[in-house]
Write a protein of this length. Structure first.
Lengths: 326, 263
């Protein structure tokens, strides 16, 4: 149930969607494809599903070459951002569709649909039409529909993108639980780094038709390999050619050697978490994260002059690759 | 005030162009009571003319429905060379005068035409017989189904079809279970418009039929023939039946107008 993507390229006219992309996804894992729009993440997902044909490279599902396999034969479940609900069918018929086209016996379909309705908590909605459901319910129905034929691989294309923030957080949590129960190899596409960090055990960060880095959420945050990953995964300050995480900046009230002289511009508190925006004489604004206790200790005020030193910094070569963290 | 002026213009236009002529036909037909009208309708030639019109319609509508849906799918869902040309050619029957269509069939299938020799060798009567009339009718009623279905297919997009594929549905299953139910209203509209066009066709059929009474005379041709023979009551009576069929078709269309999906 593992997935291997080998040297896949895809162009749409003059636009390069994927440029020699390789990726390995372990069986049973939960992987996020994270990147800005136009980075190629959805195209990669659609190629794995067989909905697009790559110009070059190959796709292996469970070790077998699936590059020329039609989507019908790949045994993948696909969930679309806008649900792709079959509008003329009830929720039950939507969920049972994958079994009914495979000519499973009616009783078996009924049982499996019941089971899935319970799993996605839509027991009471089986006889409704998709138009009578909320966005979150529709997406749960779409998930149940994709899971019904027991796919080896579950692919989700920005599954929560069209939902409001509260429902999104709920479904995110729910997807993580579902994955623990069902254990199907899952890849989902998102442009939201918090979502990727929250749900996935492995993240592939994509930018400009390439994969920049693959790793666990912690690895990506602590050891970004490129400037892009540094800035896209978590927040980052830029001091000259060095990059520093907001919590790695140390504020002192007196001048320090190697420190940057700045003026306090704004202080925001989220409960115990405090964020201070600082304006250096030259260069970009700096963001510092500290605790409430530390803020009280420093007694910072707007307009005050302070010095900051990076406790831990990252530098990258001109091409964006990591030189090393200090 | 302006609102009323607009309404008045619209209603007056409708009354002058549509309602008045229709009204006068009704009036003239039944001016001497129902009897003359009934007698005109029950002559064997008239009955044959109606039967012929129905037969042609029953052959042309299903063929154009299948062709229209296939064309619409090709235009919206496929990429192929010549697609723009196909898209433009489908509208040709709307732009072309039916008389020109009839004439071109005449040239094509006539004794000296490209295909004329073939039919003659195989002893098939094409011109001045049912085949030519059917072909002419198919030609003039070709665009309606495709023209209704194309925008509908664009609107529903292809995500549902892709979802069906990832769920294991074959192309055929996807068409019958996903695509067709989604476009069914457009198809029904198209069928109704096609039917109306087939029933009312005059020009192209007039050229290729030879207008042999009791043989290749359709209802519309019969109206003209009666009129030319100074049988006004007969002409009006047949015209009335055609008008009633047209009205019934329009009413049917209004009646089934998308009551939204069980929302």
């Amino acid at each position: 149930m593992s997935i291997r993507v080998r040297n896949v390229s895809k162009r749409f006219g003059a636009f390069t969607a994927l440029d020699d992309v390789s990726l390995e996804v372990e069986g049973g894992s939960l992987t996020a494809l994270l990147g800005p729009s136009g980075s190629g993440k959805s195209t990669l997902l659609r190629i794995i599903a067989g909905l697009e044909v790559p110009d070059a490279g190959e796709i292996l599902i469970s070790g077998a070459d699936a590059t020329d396999l039609k989507p019908q034969k790949r045994n993948v479940g696909f969930v679309f951002q806008h649900y792709a609900a079959f509008k003329h069918m009830t929720v039950r018929d939507n969920i049972g569709f994958g079994l009914s086209v495979r000519k499973h016996p009616k009783a078996e379909i009924r049982n499996r649909v019941d089971e899935l309705l319970r799993l996605v908590q839509l027991e009471a909605f089986g006889h409704r039409y998709p138009a009578q459901l909320s966005g979150g319910q529709r997406q749960r129905m779409a998930l149940a529909r994709a899971l019904a034929p027991e796919p080896e691989v579950l692919l989700l294309d920005e599954p929560f993108g069209a939902l409001d923030a509260r429902v999104r957080a709920e479904l995110r949590e729910w997807l993580r639980q579902l994955h623990e129960e069902v254990h199907v190899t899952t890849i989902f596409v998102t442009h939201d780094q918090a979502e990727a960090m929250d749900v996935a055990s492995q993240i592939a960060v994509m930018n400009n038709a390439r994969i920049e880095q693959v790793g666990s959420p912690t690895t990506l945050y602590d050891e970004p390999l490129t400037e892009f990953v540094m800035q896209f995964v978590g927040e980052a300050n830029r001091i000259g050619d060095r990059f520093v995480r907001p919590h790695d900046l140390e504020i002192s009230l007196d001048p320090v050697t190697g420190g940057v002289e700045t003026m306090v511009d704004r202080i925001t508190q989220f409960g115990f978490d405090v964020r201070v925006e600082l304006m250096p004489a030259a260069g970009d604004q700096l963001l510092v994260q500290l605790t409430r206790d530390r803020l009280d200790e420093l007694e910072l005020e707007r307009g005050q002059i302070v010095w900051v030193t990076p406790a831990n910094e990252h530098t990258f070569t001109a091409r964006g690759a990591a030189v090393g963290a200090v | 005030m302006r609102r009323y002026a607009l309404r008045f213009v619209a209603l007056f236009y409708l009354a002058a162009i549509l309602v008045a002529p229709l009204g006068i036909v009704f009036y003239r037909t039944f001016a001497d009571g129902f009897r003359p009208a009934w007698e005109a309708l029950s002559t064997p030639e008239t009955i044959h003319a109606f039967k012929l019109t129905l037969l042609i319609t029953v052959i042309a509508v299903p063929l154009n429905t299948v062709f229209g849906v296939v064309c619409a799918l090709a235009i919206v869902r496929r990429r192929f060379p010549g697609k723009g040309l196909l898209n433009a050619f489908i509208d040709l029957p709307l732009a072309l005068s039916p008389v020109v269509v009839g004439l071109s069939l005449f040239l094509l299938y006539g004794r000296t035409g490209w295909f004329g020799g073939f039919f003659e060798r195989h002893d098939i009567q094409f011109l001045f017989a049912l085949p030519a009339m059917v072909v002419a009718t198919i030609f003039v009623s070709l665009p309606f189904v495709a023209r209704e279905v194309v925008p509908m297919l664009r609107e529903i997009g292809d995500e549902q079809e892709q979802a069906a594929k990832t769920l294991g549905a074959s192309g055929w299953q996807t068409f019958w279970r996903i695509t067709l139910p989604s476009i069914r209203w457009a198809v029904i509209y198209g069928v109704i418009l096609t039917t109306a066009r087939c029933l009312g066709e005059y020009g192209a059929v007039a050229v290729v039929s030879g207008r042999i009474q009791g043989e290749t005379e359709t209802a519309t041709l019969r109206v003209e023939e009666r009129y030319d023979s100074f049988d006004l009551a007969g002409a009006y009576a047949i015209a009335i039946v055609l008008a009633l069929i047209a009205i019934a078709v329009l009413l049917a269309m209004t009646a089934i107008k998308p009551r939204e999906e069980p929302a």
